[in-house]
Write a protein that binds this ligand. Structure first.
Ligand code: ATP
Ligand code: MG
Length: 397
């Protein structure tokens, strides 16, 4: 057993000594059997949330209405969820009500895929009611039970299928893929924020082709915001990805460049996907640089605006779209810039005011001009020379 499970064993033992059942469940069991590192350990139990809270000194109600309590043990938090059965879904999104049950089998039955429906006892024994171990070995994604019904209940599961295929390099079995194709339009009912999470995992997975191919062939892509306006470009960029994109910013910058969006279209595009404003700003900058990199190098001002974080983003995107890899050279050129941040400029607004320049909007303009001239080596980053230049510029107005 991995160390994370060893550390959590006493928690399961405490629950069991009180007469309840407790199991490791979900991604951590799947990833352990695959020999992959695990991130969070999830526990499923027959005990009700109140019963769990009586058994442990330190707990946090992280999702008590869904039956989830976090148990804090030696600095680690364990999400512990009461066995549930989720029966009626009327809006294709989430169960109308959560029913707590005392049976593990009921709980495993409502899980999405056979490889995610494995449970493990504290002693390492695996409970496999849906042949998930065979599917893990054969590297297959298969819905638990009737695939048509499962996607009808919760349409997000279709995006989860393709993202697991990408992350694990698994194949979706034909029956499950056919059910996705038949229900793809239900994805439009899912909150964009939740689709976005799965889309990013799809693009950043280690084997993107394994997920992108069914994403395209099942038609799921058509029910993602904005994608149907860019069919040819989307398909082209998906076929180009041989390795996953490194992160969220790179993924969005790639799509923006592939769709050939203008700078003013980036904000509205990403807003439809409900990304943060911080991502929008970063993508605008990186996309501009990626555009330049398609045909030329970056000038000093572009290097400066991108900075150390966004240069690899712009470079990765340009490379995926066919440009040569220039990451090392770009970072070296950035290193050689006279200044790397506005803070490094040798004058401040206060210095300029002391030199007699009036406060106001033109002070900010002056500082921006000085910053540009220093970055582009038109002026040295020298306090006296910058003040002189500011006075000259101010008097010219
Ligand atoms: P990851 O490694 O990405 O966290 P995971 O399998 O742990 O993968 P989670 O989203 O953390 O995925 O969900 C934990 C478990 O809950 C899943 O393994 C699955 O058993 C169940 N689950 C999650 N979302 C759904 C869903 N939409 N429908 C059915 N079961 C689900
Ligand atoms: Mg998980």
């Amino acid at each position: 057993l991995p160390q994370e499970f060893e550390l959590a064993r006493p928690v399961l033992q405490t629950i069991e000594r009180a007469g309840y059942e407790a199991y490791f469940v979900g991604g951590s069991v799947r990833d352990t059997i695959l020999g992959k590192a695990i991130h969070d350990v999830d526990i499923a139990t027959s005990a009700y949330p109140d019963e769990i809270k009586h058994l442990f000194k330190r707990t946090v109600d992280t999702g008590i209405e869904h039956g989830t309590v976090m148990i804090l043990d030696h600095g680690t938090g364990y999400e512990t969820t009461t066995f549930r059965s989720e029966s009626t879904y009327t809006d294709f999104r989430r169960p109308d009500h959560v029913t707590f049950v005392r049976s593990l089998a009921e709980d495993l039955k409502r899980r999405d895929f056979t490889i995610n429906a494995l449970a493990m006892r504290e002693n390492g024994e695996v409970i496999d009611l849906f042949d998930g171990l065979t599917d893990l070995k054969q590297r297959r994604i298969r819905a638990v039970g009737n695939a048509q019904e499962r996607f009808h209940e919760d349409a997000l599961r279709m995006m989860r299928a393709v993202r697991f295929a990408s992350q694990l390099d698994f194949t979706i079995v034909p029956e499950t893929a056919a059910a996705i194709a038949a229900h793809a339009q239900l994805l439009a009912k899912i909150a964009v924020e939740r689709t976005q999470v799965e889309l990013l995992k799809l693009f950043t997975g280690k084997a993107p082709q394994s997920g992108l191919q069914p994403f395209l062939t099942t038609g799921l892509w058509q029910y993602c915001p904005t994608f149907s306006d860019h069919e040819a470009a989307l398909k082209d960029v998906c076929h180009r990805l041989t390795t996953g994109t490194p992160d969220e910013t790179t993924t969005w910058t790639l799509l923006v460049r592939a769709f050939d969006l203008s700078e003013s279209e980036v904000g509205p595009f990403l807003k439809q996907w409900k990304t943060s404003n911080q991502i929008i700003t970063a993508v605008q900058t990186a996309a501009r640089a990626a555009t330049s990199l398609a045909t030329a190098d970056l000038d000093a001002w572009q290097l400066y605006q991108c900075g150390e974080q966004l240069l690899p983003v712009a470079n990765s995107v340009a490379v995926i779209l066919g440009a040569p890899d220039r990451e090392t050279a770009l970072l070296a050129a950035w290193q050689a810039l006279p200044i790397k941040t506005k803070k490094a400029l040798a004058v401040t607004g206060r210095d300029l005011m002391q030199a007699g320049i009036q406060p106001g909007p033109q002070l900010g303009d002056l500082l921006a001009q000085l910053e540009h001239q220093v970055v582009t080596s038109q002026l040295p980053n020298d306090r006296d020379q910058l003040i002189q230049q500011a006075l000259t510029l101010a008097n010219l107005k």
